[in-house]
Design a protein around this ligand. Structure first.
Ligand code: AMP
Ligand code: ZN
Length: 485
């Protein structure tokens, strides 16, 4: 099975030949100032499929996804506000609270989408020293300069700066100079920003240059180089990162280390909304909770994302998502019609392997999921194949698909969360539940406990229990309520 992936660096589909026995895979993680929208989640689903295919191809994978909890500004031009501090003001909470809350929400989303957890989740705020060391290395090599608001990378000193994104240096120079401040070139970017003199930031650190905080790009270079050997085998993200974020990551990392940064750059295209690009900072965006509130299970969204190649834009619509939910139900029904996989295979060498061949070859062709799904349907209908072979093949396919094709109805769960995202209700799929009544009782129980009225708190717990609800208080402050039939 030879795997081919499209490498943004060469604009070619290339055979995958990693440098390291354990494949290093770095995926730019969420900026935790708000919930992830389903566009963001499309990117994490495609990265998850890539990781599962690598494992299928026999590789061990070391997967790192960072948490950006400081330094991502509202403008790519290094002006504007830190998204985290803005989020904290919006909600009247501390930046640390905001970071903890949305990190937890993100982890829950990926869990519900059957996205395998990374091996390491580094947080930007816990790697400030690594970032400072990298900026120092750049300073020692003469790549930086100082302005009134920070330390900047001089992109004219890195000759290959325009290569990766195939930027036209001419048009860059002639381009808009708005937002330039004291920057020498429009493409120069902040490595370290100083705290404003007239107000105190919630997150700031001492550095050799003054109190402040790191730029967003240096975070990813520092954290990826800390946890993965260079050159990093694979670095992923959404296509929006090619032009600025990844271009800057390459410039910093290669200028500081003098060696190639990454072997394969793999980028996922956007999920688009009919009106406009989906933006987390906009007023309306669809999250996984919005999907669940409409009675659609999260894995239907995973299925929906397989309807397009990861390098093609995918237009979101509720009709499309409903259709994916229906096809997932149909596929599970067909899959469940197998005989449990205990029968004899009908051919030596495994007829299931033969059945799987078109599926695997579509995956190995740069993760062609629409083609792979067509192969799955053929497998599930399986004319000519024994039910046992069909089932075995589909079980193997599901190791990549992550669609829970064999989850029996009794094991499937609907998950609902209250508006504050701190109460989670898990109920058997399709069960009619009066969630608001349960949420209200949980809130009253919390109030009673806060007021040290333990008798009332216990009475409320008993009422919930009598209604078939078990409550559990999780360490992150969430209350999980499990409803039994
Ligand atoms: P952010 O939390 O904004 O840093 O983005 C997290 C990930 O989502 C990055 O890899 C982005 O490239 C990706 N992303 C942002 N918007 C979309 C979208 N509409 N469709 C697909 N991926 C996106
Ligand atoms: Zn990044």
């Amino acid at each position: 099975m030879e795997l081919f992936v499209y490498n943004t660096a060469t604009r070619e589909k290339e055979p995958f030949e990693p440098f390291h026995d354990e494949v290093g895979m770095y995926c730019c993680g969420p900026t935790v100032y708000n919930y992830a929208h389903i566009g963001n989640l499309r990117t994490y689903v495609f990265e998850d499929v890539l990781k599962r295919v690598l494992r299928l191809a026999g590789y061990r994978v070391k997967h790192v996804v960072n948490i950006t909890d400081v330094g991502h500004l509202t403008s790519d031009a290094d002006s504007g506000e830190d998204k985290m501090e803005k989020g904290a003001r919006r909600e009247g909470r501390t930046v640390w609270d905001i970071a903890a809350h949305y990190t937890q929400a993100f982890k829950r989303d990926i869990h519900e989408l059957n996205i395998l957890e990374p091996d390491i989740w580094p947080k930007a705020t816990e790697h400030i020293d690594d970032m400072i060391s990298l900026v120092k290395a750049l300073e020692d090599r003469g790549m930086t300069y100082r302005t009134a608001d920070g330390i900047y990378f001089d992109t004219t000193k890195f000759g290959r700066y325009s290569d990766f994104a195939r930027l036209d240096p001419q048009s860059l120079r002639a381009g808009s100079r708005v937002d330039m401040g004291e920057k020498k070139n429009p493409t120069d970017f902040a490595l370290w920003k100083f705290s404003p003199s007239d107000s105190k930031r919630q997150m700031e650190w001492e550095s050799p240059w003054g109190t402040g905080f790191p730029g967003w790009h240096i975070e990813c270079s520092a954290m990826s180089l800390k946890y993965l050997p260079q050159p990093i085998d694979i670095h992923c993200g959404g296509v929006d990162h090619v032009r600025v974020h990844h271009t800057n990551e390459i410039a910093q990392a290669e200028a500081a280390t003098g060696a190639a940064f990454v072997r394969y750059w793999v980028h996922g295209e956007f999920l688009t909304m009919t009106e406009a690009k989906m933006a987390k900072s906009g007023d309306s965006f669809v999250t996984l909770d919005t999907v669940k509130q409409r009675g659609i299970e999260p894995l239907a969204y995973r299925m929906f994302s397989f309807t397009a190649h990861y390098r093609s834009p995918l237009a979101f619509s509720w009709e499309g998502l409903d259709a994916a939910a229906q096809s997932l139900r149909n596929l599970r029904r067909l899959a469940g019609a197998g005989d449990g996989g205990t029968g004899e295979t009908s051919a030596p060498g495994g007829a299931d392997a033969l059945l799987l061949e078109p599926f695997y070859s579509a995956l190995c062709d740069d993760l062609n999921m629409p083609k792979a799904m067509a192969a799955v349907w053929d497998m599930a209908r399986g004319s000519g194949a024994s039910p046992a072979d069909r089932r075995r093949a589909l079980e193997k396919a599901d190791a990549v698909l992550g669609l829970n094709l064999f989850a029996g109805e009794e094991h499937r769960r609907d998950v609902l969360t209250d508006a504050s995202q701190t109460i989670r209700l898990v109920a058997p799929a399709g069960m009619k539940v009066d969630a608001d009544v349960i949420f209200e009782k949980v809130r009253l129980r919390r109030d009673a406990r806060a007021a040290k009225d333990y008798a009332r708190a216990d009475a409320l717990r008993d009422e919930l229990s009598a209604a078939g609800v078990t409550t559990k208080d999780l360490p992150d402050g969430t209350t999980e309520c499990v409803l039994h039939k």
